[in-house]
Design a protein around this ligand. Structure first.
Ligand code: TRP
Length: 361
């Protein structure tokens, strides 16, 4: 059995270690890499996204790495019936990207919805022939999403979207994919597809790279309930687009505990520690140091400090966002430019693919 015959997940620790090495090399050789990452347009983003994925993208981009950001609008159709909001959500997502500091005007960042890039979508067809039903059925992330969706009838798009995601990544020969842990099975599948494609069709001159995951070391932010990951659907999130008053009201209602003395103890005091962590992310001060400063000032003082710190930290971002929102032509132009570049790059890849598959005429 050759290596390409099996999907190997490897250990998480090994992935973390490879990711760390990759991180080092990115700083030294940014020109060797093309980052491809993306989101589903299911709504606007919250501060969990900002401190997690968005700032990481801005940082990579600042190293001089070319960055493609795919808005995976087709993927929205896999686990929900509603589609009415997709276009509005694409707009909101793009506003959040731009406000957070991703800047396409440097000609190295491209933002585009994949529905507008036929060259990308066409790769789905050959890619589907490189994986088995059993492999798609085993994908742990897909299994979890099926459970979470609560749907009785699971559409075939749900099982096959990881293959579509491989097309998202490989159409532009992306070789670095910043993702969270839940996306690792999809990335492993992408690597398998790249490898099998090359081994079957392009032995002499490989067409696709085997892209590497880049795990961010940003801490996970819990929601204001202190119980689960921050998420809009769990109603425990502070949205980037929220006003300062809305932010204050949300923080006021955040869950804390009965101990008046504030300490940083994520294990035993997750709610209070999470609020301290947010202050820490805005100020660069250690959470324990922030806690010591509050002492027995209690949860009231903690919340007041967080409200002021967070609103101040987000003020420039929110100002930029409001300006951009009043000029949606700019947002539309960003997407048009992103689509044009994605189609250009995807067209070149598709030509190579058709050629090596012996489908040229
Ligand atoms: N599946 C990803 C998510 O649900 C979104 C996504 C689509 C993506 N295509 C991608 C992420 C390509 C990284 C690379 O969040």
């Amino acid at each position: 059995m050759t290596k390409a015959d099996k999907i190997e997940y490897g250990t998480f620790e090994a992935t973390v270690e490879r990711s760390r090495k990759l991180e080092e090399d990115l700083a030294v050789n940014p020109g060797k890499y093309r980052v491809l990452t993306g989101d589903r347009p299911t709504g606007s983003l919250h501060i969990g996204h900002l401190f997690g994925s968005l700032q990481n993208r801005v940082r990579l981009h600042a190293l001089g790495v070319e960055t493609f950001i795919v808005i995976a609008d087709y993927q929205v159709l896999t686990d929900r019936d509603t589609f009415e909001m997709i276009s509005e959500n694409v707009k909101q997502l793009t506003l959040d990207y731009l406000a957070a500091g991703l800047d396409p005007s440097d000609g190295k960042t491209f933002i585009f919805p994949h529905s507008h890039v036929p060259e990308l979508n066409q790769l789905l067809l050959p890619f589907l022939t490189l994986v088995t039903n059993a492999e798609l059925d085993r994908n742990p992330t897909v299994r979890e999403e099926i459970q979470a969706s609560g749907q009785k009838r699971i559409n075939a798009g749900m099982y096959t979207y990881p293959v579509h995601q491989a097309a998202d990544i490989l159409f532009c020969k992306g070789n670095v994919v910043p993702v969270g842990k839940d996306q690792l099975p999809h990335l492993e599948l992408t690597r398998v597809i790249a490898r099998r494609f090359n081994e079957k069709f392009a032995v002499r001159r490989p067409v696709f790279p085997e892209p590497q995951p880049l795990l961010s070391n940003a801490p996970v932010i819990l929601g204001l309930d202190g119980a689960q990951k921050m998420s809009k659907s769990r109603n425990n999130a502070i949205m980037l687009r929220a006003t300062e008053d809305e932010t204050a009201a949300l923080i006021k209602k955040a869950k804390t505990d009965a101990d008046r003395t504030i300490t940083y103890d994520p294990e035993n005091r997750p709610e209070v520690s999470n609020l301290l962590l947010m202050i820490s992310l805005c100020t660069g001060r250690e959470p324990a140091q922030v806690a010591a400063g509050i002492g027995d000032g209690g949860a009231g003082t903690l919340k007041k400090m967080l409200t002021e710190t967070l609103n101040e930290y987000l003020r420039p971002l929110r100002k930029r966002r409001a300006e951009l929102e009043s000029n949606l032509d700019h947002v539309r132009q960003v997407l048009r430019d992103g689509i044009a570049e994605a189609r250009r790059v995807g067209g070149k890849t598709l030509e190579e693919v058709i050629d090596v598959m012996n489908m040229g005429i």
